[in-house]
Ligand binder design. Structure first.
Ligand SMILES: [Zn+2]
Length: 336
């Protein structure tokens, strides 16, 4: 393979030799590529900004919502082709063995499961295009809608900020922060994480976390990591937090874990602490029935269905200034 300079026609064996050469024409790489290989957002027709070679040729939209909108409105055959090509690139570059779940697709800016369903009829059918199966392929069991709020939930004694369930009991747990015992136990544990905990766990705490998953796996158990943050609104969540994380990096790490350990670990963004209280007993009691279910996908639908999204208040926190009481009102000798 050789690389031709579009300015003068000279050929180069290596891309980096071409890139060094382009400077001789007095051009920045970005100018060169935008001039000769104009890439436009498929929805809006706006130019795609050049950041680097790899990014430039891998980008078809200026943001994920343009991609989603285009998938909904463009001719089906074109969308099919786009989805197949986009997934193929991802599968090859990441060496995926099965097709990733909703949380992976959304954080990677890939077409989501609903788009795939519309275009190919189902997500399994989409996966067949690549001769693969979904990582998480089971349907949500009907019992998921049952009421599990009376279940006795065992909370690890080291849990820093425990959720309060109707039927709580403290216990030192080997894995995770929450579990059920006795007849209810189905080899399933829950780790609760605030948004900030989640970010630091998959980045700075990566190795430690992998150890925890490995321990869970060795016990033939499954760990659901329930993050008490709304999945649709993580950018804002990031802004609220004192310590800001590079979301791209956080999600990259999470996707790596999800792809390597889909047989014993799932991440799920519950929405809020209250949502976690609703969700965790279901996870613990239904246990194995949920291991192969793309829980984030179904939970998002449930949250939307319940209109919880609209209930989330977006009011800014008011800072209450300390207001000193005036001497006259307080003093023993004062008085009006
Ligand atoms: Zn040249």
């Amino acid at each position: 393979m050789s690389f031709e300079c579009k300015e003068c026609g000279e050929n180069f064996t290596f891309l980096r030799s071409l890139h060094a050469h382009i400077k001789k024409h007095g051009l920045y790489l970005g100018d060169y590529y935008v001039k000769h290989f104009q890439k436009k957002d498929k929805l809006t027709g706006d130019l795609i900004p050049f950041k680097n070679y790899k990014q430039y040729f891998a980008t078809d939209f200026n943001n994920p919502s343009n991609m989603r909108e285009w998938c909904k409105t463009a001719p089906v055959e074109e969308v099919k082709e786009y989805i197949v090509n986009t997934f193929k690139k991802r599968i090859l570059s990441k060496g995926l063995q099965s097709m990733p779940p909703a949380i992976y697709l959304e954080t990677a800016g890939l077409p989501d499961i609903d788009i795939c369903k519309t275009v190919f009829g189902s997500y399994s059918e989409t996966c067949k295009q690549f001769g693969m199966l979904p990582m998480l392929s089971r349907q949500l069991p009907n019992e998921f809608n049952n009421n599990f709020e009376d279940t006795r939930i065992f909370v690890d004694t080291r849990e820093q900020n425990p959720l309060i369930f109707k039927n709580n009991q403290q216990l030192k747990l080997d894995v995770g922060d929450y579990a059920v015992m006795g007849e209810d136990f189905d080899y399933t544990f829950v780790d609760r994480k605030s948004y900030q905990d989640f970010c630091s766990t998959v980045t700075n705490g990566y190795r430690r976390f992998i150890k925890e998953i490995e321990r869970c796996k060795s016990l033939e158990s499954f760990l659901f990591v329930v993050v008490e943050a709304p999945f649709d609104d993580l950018e804002n969540e990031n802004k609220k937090n004192f310590k800001k994380f590079k979301l791209d990096y956080v999600f990259h790490q999470m996707r790596e874990i999800q792809a390597d350990y889909s047989d014993c670990c799932q991440f799920i963004f519950s929405g809020s602490r209250q949502d976690s209280i609703d969700l965790i007993p279901k996870i613990l009691v239904l246990g194995k029935k949920l291991w192969r279910v793309d829980l984030q996908y179904f939970w998002n639908k449930k949250i939307k269905h319940n209109g919880l999204e609209s209930r989330q208040t977006k009011t800014k926190k008011r800072i209450q200034r300390y207001k000193p009481v005036t001497r006259g009102e307080r003093g023993v000798f004062g008085g009006k």
